[in-house]
Design a protein around this ligand. Sequence first.
Ligand code: DGP
Length: 116
Amino acid sequence: MLLMEKTIFKRIIDKEIPANIVYEDDDCLAFHDVNPQAPVHVLLIPKKEIASLNQLSEDDSVLLGHLFGVIRELTQKLGLENGYRVVVNCGDDGGQTVYHLHFHILGGRQLGWSPG
Ligand code: DGP
């Protein structure tokens, strides 16, 4: 049997390594990014192990709706009423480095465009 190594985010979900958690419920977890790209940089992840956007299925539609509701709540809690950006990097060209689906929530300054 092929044993897959846990991703760093699965280890955070399992509380094997610490993170600065800002929100948690049965289905998801949000914590500050270790390498912030803006004054506020939080990652929201589903507890379900979904490697990337490419692994989403229609079965995940309720979960996705929930995640976007949590994003809205979180942005209010984090004081981002002036605006923010939600980013999902997908695959190598997309710059994904951790293969557990995650939403970057960025704000607290005027964000530039394009992403480069
Ligand atoms: P991405 O490049 O989209 O796969 O983003 C992965 C993000 O995860 C990156 O911004 C850095 C962050 N990250 C990686 N390892 C850790 C960790 O151990 N703790 C926390 N809090 N963030 C991490």
